[in-house]
Design a protein around this ligand. Sequence first.
Ligand code: BJW
Ligand code: ZN
Length: 248
Amino acid sequence: MNATIIPQRVVDAVRRARRGVVLTGAGISAESGIPTFRGSGGLWRSWRPEDLASPIGFARDPAAVWAWYRWRQGLVARARPNPGHEAIAALGHRDPGWQVLTQNVDGLHTRAGSAQVIELHGSIWRVSCAAGCGRIAHLDPGHVEPEDAPLPHCACGALQRPAVVWFGEPLDPAVVEQAWRAVEACDVLLVVGTSGVVYPVAALPERARQRGATVIEINIERTPLSSHVDAHIAAPAAVALPALVAAL
Ligand code: BJW
Ligand code: ZN
């Protein structure tokens, strides 16, 4: 596939954009070998979200939650950014007016060279205090603990937990504010590899449209967003994004 998969009006909108935003989900990292959540092969086919990605699940069985996150940390540590991440970084190098908002916790946008990535759902490489004392620690991707290693503890004595946003938890209000402002100010929003069902992030594309932005979705499947966007590009992110950047 080549640049012809990208409609000319999409190329024109991206070329003309003064402020662009890329909003990504798990699909951008699929071609780096990181499983998505929903759909075939998705993580939620094998595990229940309420067991592994909720405060109640963690309280019930912190060892199971830590084993799952350590397994995912191992996958991410061995993964490399793919041409989709690299094309997004290239957009930012071409024009620093582009901003990346991601639901992913894998850090691959930063590793690909994107600056100032807003991580809406946190990072798999940070841990926080499960008792809420506020201490945060950073993990070394070069030293992922085995899945059955002892559970990590905060200096206050409580368990540590992954510093990610689980179901039923609020996103960091400062981060939401930044994302909201970016989306309200943009003239182009690229929505890449997200099923668009998890709120509040799922509301961002609609907000961009209300404010007059051109919203372009890149996804191998149709999503609830697809009938509300200006263009749906049905191709893998690692193909469509390099083709788009090459056409600019
Ligand atoms: C490709 C591709 C390729 C594949 N190329 N594309 C009922 C109605 C509305 C809302 C709610 C409701 N019931 C509950 C809620 C709220 C809830 C929610 O939205 N639930 C919905 C599921 C219904 N939201 C929350 O709880 C959020 N918090 C909140 O609302 O707080 C309110 C509050 C205020 C005050 C006090 C207390 C609370 C928090 C949501 C947290 C989500 N957390 C997770 C896991 C944590 C991080 C981690 O461990 O990784 O975040 S869940 C999971 O879903 C993860 C993701 O970031 C998130 C989004 O998934 P994403 O990225 O879209 O991935 P997939 O797998 O769904 O889709 C992949 C897509 O890629 C697919 O479309 C593929 O086709 C595509 N694709 N290969 C291009 N090569
Ligand atoms: Zn603590």
